[in-house]
Write a new protein. Structure first.
Length: 402
């Protein structure tokens, strides 16, 4: 790649920034208190700065715990052998599965002095992209695609190639970090001569302790949402929970946070259906944007968190919104311990109705009697204006709704 060529990674980042501007997330003058009181878990390694920056600029707190990391294999012997094979015997068909993989492959070839030869060898191939990101990387490398899978799934691309006819044809597949070779079996069964190159791998996280803390936060339901931008990241979180014996608790918390639920769970948000697949297999229905892009994920999640807090009620002192780790009254964050916050959430969710002591006691797992409820209510009252929480004699408590 020559110095004058545009950097595909920079081009992709620029495209996403433009997408953020179009979506309104980066519009000048946008409400920077939009997500005040919200706490979001971010599991991604690559490009996590964009997620974190967008959420924090809107007032949210972020818990960052990459559950996996991408490791390019620029000096991998198998990758270099595959590259040399492609140069010596150019494929008739090229299937690109990921944008980062195509870029990493060209960069590895460039480091070995083979980039020009590789791109020349691929020029004559019938090029198929698994999705728009792979398509963008192909075009940046000067390899226009002939077809792109609408579902962004390898299975659809393979099915398309089989339908076109691949018997006796040389098919080179750029694999992704968590690829399943079984997905390519239909090509082999159809008579294709299949070769693969894998320019990067998924590896264990750099900070396993941070992942453990994220797991604990999900179990405690002290996050409003957690984001996933790759299927292996979702699998890794579930595996980390299983290793600690709390997988069922994590699944229950994420399932309770599904879109439309009012159960005090943690909302899972996936960038697309491919990323959502392992969550759905576990019984979790995540929030998925209509357009499978990072900018769309950030916009969709932000809008959802604004309109769907854990509880909301209008009081004489202003609107009271309850989040996972804090309450917000008339735009002011009220810091509370988990117990009093859980009690306030029950009261706010009732919308001014009376909440029996037994229900409030159930919100305090470690409590055993009504005295604990009275103490928690007292702590709630200490941070709220007088009269917002009322005692209903012999019945319980309620929020004074406007």
């Amino acid at each position: 790649m020559s110095p004058s060529d545009p950097d595909p990674a920079t081009s992709e980042a620029r495209s996403d920034r433009e997408g953020l501007e179009r979506s309104g997330l980066e519009r000048p003058g946008l409400d920077r208190a939009q997500l005040v009181g919200v706490t979001i878990g971010v599991t991604s390694d690559r490009r996590s700065d964009e997620l974190i920056g967008t959420f924090t600029r809107r007032g949210a707190q972020v818990v960052h715990a990459p559950t996996m990391r991408i490791v390019p294999v620029t000096e991998d012997d198998d990758l270099l052998a595959g590259t040399r094979s492609a140069v010596a015997d150019p494929p008739q068909v090229l299937l690109a599965t990921t944008g980062i993989g195509m870029r990493a492959w060209v960069e590895a070839a460039d480091a070995a002095g083979l980039a020009d030869d590789l791109l020349a060898a691929l020029q004559g191939a019938h090029v198929v992209a698994r999705g728009p990101k792979a398509r963008g990387a192909l075009r940046a490398a000067g390899l226009p695609e002939h077809w792109t899978a609408a579902s962004e799934q390898t299975a659809e691309a393979v099915e398309h190639l089989v339908a076109e006819g691949v018997e006796g044809r040389s098919v080179l597949v750029q694999m992704h970090g968590a690829a399943d070779l079984g997905e390519l079996q239909p090509l082999v069964d159809a008579g294709a001569l299949v070769r693969t190159v894998t320019p990067y791998h998924w590896r264990a996280p750099r900070d396993p302790a941070a992942v453990d803390r994220l797991v604990d936060a999900v179990v405690a339901r002290s996050l409003d949402a957690v984001t996933f931008t790759a299927a292996p990241a979702a699998v890794a979180l579930l595996d980390a929970a299983a290793a600690r014996g709390v997988r069922d608790e994590v699944v229950a918390a994420l399932a309770a946070g599904r879109p439309g639920a009012r159960e005090g769970g943690v909302l899972a948000c996936a960038v697309g259906d491919v990323t959502a697949a392992p969550l759905r297999a576990a019984g979790v229905e995540p929030l998925v944007p209509a357009r499978w892009r990072l900018g769309a994920l950030m916009r969709e999640l932000s809008d959802h968190l604004v309109t769907e807090p854990r509880a909301r009620v209008t009081t004489p002192a202003g609107e009271l919104v309850v989040r996972a780790r804090a309450a917000v009254l008339d735009g002011r964050v009220l810091e509370m311990a988990p117990g009093p916050l859980a009690v306030l959430a029950r009261l706010a969710a009732a919308g001014g109705g009376v909440v029996p002591r037994a229900d409030l006691l159930a919100a305090l797992p470690s409590a055993t009697d009504d005295h604990a409820v009275d103490v928690a209510v007292g702590r709630v009252r200490a941070v709220l204006p007088d009269g917002v929480v009322r005692t209903v004699v012999k019945r319980g408590y309620r929020v004074q709704a406007a």
